[in-house]
Each structure stands twice: as structure tokens, then as C-alpha cells.
Design a protein around this ligand. Structure first.
Ligand SMILES: [Zn+2]
Length: 234
């Protein structure tokens, strides 16, 4: 990849309650959905706004994962979400962090499938709640040159993923969609929602006319290095 390297810091953060009616009906911020066990989970509310394909390709969440790798969808995704600007839950950067660790553990590149990253609640594969709808799951179909189709390969990489952290969940090898996986490694972190620190949570969960509210994530890491010690965050 030769594109410009930028960072997640600098991406616009939106409160999905401030988006237009169509986008709110697709993204369903704050709504409760049931998982396959009947447990209820609240959908994310804060999203990164990706202005263009170029931005999606060039915005790196970690050294090896650009944001576009989590937003590759085919026609199963709502049409509006296939146009720019596009939206992805802010927790995506936590997923990228774990995939970066996973990549290091594998010692090879990690490739997320089409429809294998963020899937909106309106995606045709979104029947029950899955962490894909939170931006905290990835379906990996290839590692290095190894296409993951066999039980041996999937078991091996599932084990490497689980060894990373108690936070990581995988699906066992098998043929039942949503319950196990026979052509990818599914890695998820559960139903994590991320509230960017630039956001103030004092708002009711309803759109406010005339007052769209956006924030930009502040540049933090580089700035912190130049701060005096008593100004540093703990
Ligand atoms: Zn999955």
C-alpha cells in the first residue's frame, strides 16, 4: 500500500441521533436487539464518518489495518451505507488493535472478508445481534497465503486468537451460519461501545433540530509527548 498514512485521530465523530432520518433508521442508534440466545444488547451511537473512498483507504487505525478493511460490503448492506460519507462504530479501532496483535501472533498478513467487518443492523446478514453490528468482529478468510477452509487451519488460528486475551471470542469450526464457521476465523470482542472523549453524554436520545453535533478526535499521542510532565494524562 502506498497511500498517505493518516491516523484515526482527525476523523470526524458523529452522534448518530444527529444524522438524517434515513441514516438513523438504518443505523438504529441506541436501539436494543436480541442475540441468538434472546439476550438484549444496545446498538452503538457514536460513529466515525468516512468522507470518501480515498479517506477509507488511507486512514490507518493501526500500522497494518486501514479503516476500509472493515467496511468492505457487497449488496447485502443497505444501499445508503455503500455511498460516502459512510459510518462505522468508533469501537472499530479497538478491533483493529486486537487484529494487529493477532497479525503479530500469526506472523503473517490477516485478511478480512467482504461483509466480514462492520455490518449495520440493516444488513441482510444481520438477523440477530452479533458483534459485527458493533464494529467489534472480523471474519478473516485468509492469513498470509493460507485460505482458511479446513478444520485444521481454523482450529489453529482460533487458538492463536483466543490466546491473545480473555476479551477475544471465536466461533468453532462447523457448518451452521452464525453459530460456527467453516470458511473463516470469526474473531469478536463482544458488545463493546466506545464513547469518544470529545463527546459530552448530556444529550437525550433524540435528534436536536438545528444543532447537529460533531466532534473531531483530538490528536493525542504526538501532542502528549511534548507536554510538560504535570500536564500529562495519567
Ligand atoms: Zn463473524
Amino acid at each position: 500500500m502506498s497511500s498517505v498514512v493518516t491516523e484515526a485521530q482527525g476523523l470526524k465523530v458523529v452522534d448518530a441521533f444527529d444524522l438524517d432520518d434515513e441514516l438513523r433508521s438504518i443505523l438504529k442508534p441506541g436501539e436494543m436487539v436480541r442475540d441468538s440466545q434472546g439476550r438484549r444488547h444496545r446498538l452503538p451511537r457514536y460513529f466515525y464518518e468516512i468522507p470518501s473512498h480515498e479517506a477509507a483507504m488511507s486512514t490507518r487505525l493501526t500500522p497494518h489495518f486501514a479503516i476500509n478493511e472493515f467496511t468492505l460490503n457487497d449488496l447485502k448492506e443497505a444501499a445508503r451505507l455503500q455511498q460516502y460519507p459512510r459510518y462505522v462504530p468508533c469501537a472499530i479501532r479497538i478491533l483493529a488493535f486486537y487484529l494487529e496483535q493477532f497479525r503479530a501472533a500469526c506472523g503473517a498478513s490477516v485478511h478480512v472478508a467482504v461483509n466480514g467487518g462492520y455490518r449495520s443492523p440493516s444488513h441482510k446478514l444481520s438477523h440477530n445481534a452479533t458483534p459485527h453490528m458493533w464494529g467489534t468482529a472480523a471474519d478473516v478468510y485468509r492469513i498470509g497465503s493460507n485460505i482458511l477452509k479446513t478444520k485444521e487451519a481454523i482450529d489453529k488460528y482460533n487458538e492463536l486468537a483466543e490466546d491473545l486475551s480473555e476479551d477475544v471470542n471465536v466461533l468453532p469450526y462447523g457448518h451452521v451460519t452464525g453459530r460456527d464457521a467453516d470458511d473463516h476465523v470469526h474473531i469478536d470482542l463482544g458488545y463493546i461501545t466506545l464513547v469518544p472523549r470529545e463527546i459530552s453524554e448530556d444529550r437525550m436520545e433524540q435528534p436536536q433540530e438545528n444543532r447537529p453535533r460533531f466532534a473531531f478526535e483530538e490528536r493525542r499521542r504526538k501532542d502528549r509527548r511534548t507536554l510538560a510532565p504535570d500536564e500529562q494524562e495519567e
